[in-house]
Design a protein around this ligand. Structure first.
Ligand SMILES: [Zn+2]
Ligand SMILES: [Zn+2]
Length: 277
């Protein structure tokens, strides 16, 4: 097995995908990787079943076997690593989340006339919807995205807000645009009413699509002022990307004024994990 990078501070990853949704490794392979990384905890956040997103979500009957598999592995790895069952929840995913340890709320798409327009699929798709609905304005397109983020976070009261400004993935959005920036910042602060923890998601860096994680630094500064908390995740679909950009992420959060707490509490079921505040 390849030697995995052992991290200085962050010793968990709560945004990971397995073959139960669109990940490329099994739950066991991912847990073995997490152990090799020296982690004390791993959380699975496979995409929950959503009728219009079957290309990447769990199957309709997938939740039960998913929970069962995690339960068995959790028992087997008791004393080695803690294993948690979560989901990455989309707007139209209407599943029973009671048995889960945590939820990440993510918006991946916008809708128009029953057609789905993923915001993270391609720059062309972003422009296509902006042309259809907003006279080509990607700022107005982004405002529509942020409106669905607030709506979604309010509806599902998640434990973690996923890749907050995903809409910036292809660098098409003008982040210097005052109206864009103000709305993104306003949305982040508004979301804090329903969830106080954002992820610092390094996934797009591992995919060489970005050089900094989500959310953008000015958003991180604004939510830090409002006492938000942050956890570092790599939105991991491949074992070799388990700790992608983690060491840099720690320095990055420190430079933005965040402090590390190695005994952070995510919710009633998950404590003693790395959280930044
Ligand atoms: Zn996602
Ligand atoms: Zn994800």
């Amino acid at each position: 097995m390849a030697a995995f990078f052992k991290n200085k501070m962050q010793r968990s990853n709560f945004h990971t995908h397995s073959t139960f949704s669109d990940g490329h490794a099994t739950i066991r392979e991912m847990v073995d990787t997490a152990v090799s990384c020296g982690f004390n905890a791993i959380g699975f956040s496979d995409h929950s079943y959503a009728p219009l997103q079957t290309s990447y979500s769990m199957s309709k009957d997938g939740l039960e076997p998913y929970l069962e598999e995690i339960k068995n592995i959790r028992k087997e790895y008791d004393g080695i690593i803690r294993v948690y069952a979560g989901v990455e929840l989309d707007g139209d995913s209407d599943i029973n989340t009671e048995a889960l340890d945590y939820k990440i709320a993510s918006v991946h798409e916008l809708r128009y006339k029953d057609k789905s327009y993923p915001v993270d699929w391609s720059a062309e798709m972003q422009h296509e919807l902006a042309d259809l609905l907003f006279r080509g304005s990607l700022t107005d397109y982004s405002i529509a995205y942020y409106d669905s983020v607030i709506k979604h976070v309010k509806k599902c009261s998640p434990d973690i807000i996923g890749h907050f400004d995903l809409v910036t993935k292809y660098s098409e959005i003008d982040e210097e645009d005052k109206r864009y920036r103000e709305y993104a910042t306003y949305t982040a602060i508004e979301c804090l009413k329903y969830c106080d923890t954002f992820e610092l998601n390094t996934g797009a860096i591992a995919r060489k699509l970005r050089t900094i994680p989500y959310p953008a630094p000015y958003i991180l500064k604004a939510i830090h002022e409002k006492k938000a908390r942050v956890i570092i995740t790599s939105d991991c679909h491949y074992p070799e990307r388990m700790t992608a950009w983690f060491a840099e992420a720690e320095k990055y959060l420190e430079s933005l004024g965040f402090t590390h707490d190695e005994h952070g509490k995510l919710n009633e079921k998950i404590n003693d994990i790395d959280i930044w505040y």
